[in-house]
Design a protein around this ligand. Structure first.
Ligand code: SAM
Length: 303
């Protein structure tokens, strides 16, 4: 159950969801037909002393739940590809300031190619960032960006902490909001998006995703996954951690109303564009998912 100011370790509550997506990136990386490579995902998942997380990171699913996990992974793969391309496009357009809100175990700062002079800010809760720092400490030398972590609660005044760490509100920024919004109450989502807009110089961009209203079948599949994990001593159930979809502002409308140019995307097309066939069940579920990029007109980085 959630509360107004709850916080978490990487293995607990919302923290464990970061492990969940990292495990899926690790599993994809191991596939012979992998659509991206994130070698840091397995390092991070292995750093937790848990046979189940390590097993999920190898994509070694027990037969009774294999289809359930695989279907869930399809969307994670789509969003990883989409946001990787988004960052690369933004860098190509000349943006040098990147902010990952709720970075979790995102290793893009380590694994993507960055132009000289790029800064990547990663914001998340303190204990999540501590875990990541310890697990990736020995790889810091490989970084080709100025990576700065900012420990905050994204329901509160994070822009001040971001500025204190060197964020330049006058420079165009590429923001990433991946796997966050449903973990925020509706009013905290509004505040977060208002803060992003206020800190965005002309030419800035935002990419985000948000789970829509889940079908009864999808909720049941989520519940079955959670039940299986609980039998292995791991407790993570998105249905208990998400705030309702109903009653929220729709991010596509939100950015359009602010005069940004919004381009929604279809996760099924992202996968199809990479030659990955998607089974009917997750494909149907993906139609409910919000995936989009928005660009604030003006500046030199607007296409
Ligand atoms: N974006 C990462 C990814 O896709 O791999 C992590 C996504 S994970 C599903 C959700 C992340 O949101 C966790 O790392 C969690 O700590 C972070 N998060 C959720 N609510 C937050 C809050 N109020 N303040 C800071 N971080 C938060």
């Amino acid at each position: 159950m959630r509360s107004e100011d709850d916080s978490w370790e990487i293995t607990e509550s919302v923290g464990a969801t970061a492990l969940g997506v990292a495990a899926m990136r690790a599993a994809e990386t191991r596939r012979p037909d992998a659509l991206f490579q994130d070698p840091y995902a397995e390092i991070l998942v292995t750093a937790v002393d848990s046979p189940l997380w390590q097993r999920l990171g190898r994509g070694d699913y027990e037969e009774s739940v294999a289809a359930n996990f695989t279907q869930f992974n399809d969307f994670m793969v789509a969003r990883t590809l989409y946001f990787d391309a988004y960052f690369q496009d933004a860098a190509q357009a000349g943006i040098r300031q990147f902010v990952i809100l709720a970075a979790g175990l995102d290793a893009r700062a380590y694994r993507l190619e960055w132009p000289t002079g790029t800064t990547v800010f990663e914001l998340d809760q303190p204990k999540v960032l501590d875990f990541k720092a310890k697990a990736l400490d020995e790889y810091a030398a490989r970084l080709t960006v100025d990576r700065r972590t900012v420990a905050v609660d994204l329901r509160h005044d994070w822009p001040a902490a971001l500025r204190d760490n060197g964020f330049d509100p006058a420079a165009p920024t590429a923001w990433l909001i991946e796997g966050l919004l449903r973990y925020l109450p509706a009013d905290a989502q509004d505040r977060l998006l208002e803060n992003v807009i206020a800190a965005s110089a002309p030419g800035s961009r935002v990419a985000l995703n948000m789970s829509g209203a889940r079908s009864p079948q999808a909720k049941q599949a989520d519940g079955e996954r959670a039940k299986f994990m609980a039998t292995q001593g791991v407790h993570v159930d998105v249905n208990a951690l998400w705030y309702p979809f109903e009653g929220r502002n729709h991010p596509v409308d939100w950015f359009r109303e602010q005069g940004w140019t919004v381009t929604p995307a279809d996760p099924r097309e992202v996968l199809a564009g990479h030659g990955r066939a998607v089974a009917a069940v997750p494909a149907e579920e993906m139609t409910r998912h919000i995936l989009m990029t928005a660009i604030r007109p003006g500046g030199d980085s607007t296409p």
